[in-house]
Design a protein around this ligand. Structure first.
Ligand code: SF4
Length: 337
């Protein structure tokens, strides 16, 4: 299928404009993600209809804590990612196209219309593009989002935030919620490992928030990558700069793929939470680890308990449908009604 968001170069190659990598692709080759390629049929996306994962999750698993707590969300993915994080928990599907090469992707053949029909039949009110990086299957995910919106579903993306501004502008009117991975911030060594500019991810987060998309941010605290105090300080500083919209999930890393460091110490997670609170980030959650009240939502104004959680289970939610603390009236960002 013809891809969008690219332009032809004078020397016969194409430059992909979908994500911040801006791959320059020669005939017969694919970009870094392995999904977009220059073939005899032009600049194409291989992500046409092959879905590697489709099923129902608790919305807390995304994680989305400020979007209809306790809801179920129909989640789907296609193979491929524009990053190759050495600790990727989903590397078997995210790295598949890069490791296997052209010309096809794995997965079940499902059209966007059939996928949305499955989501509706599941009884979910939400649908999420997740597990891998949705922007590399942008055309498919956008069509799903259009059809889902028309069918009365709400759309969410779980993304690494590296999408370029033009495709993001196309997506935003269809998006209700997003969780953006902020893997690093302002640290050259970490950016070098990922091959991205972290400021770009920060700009995506701000653009989503400014557009009214309910936006949460996740940082997986990876020993030896982003847990040094000065680097963590920059991440915290960025999150604090989001003001009342700052919703930060700090999650525990476990050894996976090519990264062999031991799991994140609980003391490191606690230190990140303490630093975040001291900086004034209003909502901080701990993922993949049990820390006292680490999954609860408290009012940043009066400290009342608003949402009580245990794992993916929501015990109680007191946020008003209009998105306010019932005790003091402070606004709580998110999708509640
Ligand atoms: S979407 Fe893929 S091909 Fe396009 S710039 Fe990003 S990594 Fe390269």
């Amino acid at each position: 299928m013809q891809a969008t968001h690219f332009h032809e170069l004078e020397d016969g190659r194409c430059r992909c404009d979908l994500c911040c990598r801006h791959c320059v692709i020669a005939p017969g080759e694919a970009g870094f993600c392995g999904v977009r390629a220059l073939t005899d049929e032009g600049f194409v996306t291989l992500a046409v209809d092959r879905v590697v994962s489709a099923g129902v999750d608790p919305i807390e698993k995304k994680p989305l804590f400020h979007a209809h707590p306790g809801a179920r969300i129909f989640s789907f993915a296609m193979a491929g990612c524009n990053l190759a994080c050495p600790w990727c928990q989903n590397h078997t599907i995210s790295q598949w196209p890069r490791e296997h090469g052209l010309p096809f992707l794995p997965g079940e053949r499902i059209t966007p219309a059939d996928l949305v029909a499955r989501a509706v039949a599941s009884g979910c009110r939400w649908i999420a593009a997740t597990y891998t990086e949705p922007s590399v299957f942008f055309e498919y995910a956008l069509e799903v989002a259009r059809l889902a919106r028309a069918a009365g579903l709400r759309n969410a993306w779980v993304t690494n935030g590296t999408i370029e501004k033009a495709p993001l502008a196309e997506l935003i009117p269809l998006l209700d919620a997003a969780n953006v991975d902020l893997k690093c911030y302002g640290d050259r060594a970490a950016e070098g490992i990922l091959g991205i500019r972290s400021a770009h991810v920060g700009e995506t987060i701000r653009a989503l928030i400014d557009a009214g998309v309910s936006t949460e941010v996740t940082t997986c605290l990876v020993p030896g990558f982003n847990d040094a105090p000065d680097h963590l300080g920059k991440i915290v500083e960025f999150m604090a700069s989001l003001g009342p919209a700052g919703i930060w999930h700090v999650s525990r890393y476990h050894p996976m793929y090519q990264w062999e460091a031991p799991p994140t110490e609980l003391s490191s997670l606690a230190a990140a939470v303490t630093a975040g609170r001291a900086a004034g980030i209003p909502f901080i959650y701990v993922g993949n680890a049990r820390i006292e009240r680490g999954e609860d939502t408290a009012c940043p104004s009066c400290d009342a308990l608003l949402v009580s959680r245990c794992g993916y289970t929501v015990r109680a939610c007191r946020v008003t449908p209009a998105g306010a603390c019932p005790d003091c009236g402070a606004p709580i960002p998110g999708v509640w009604g």
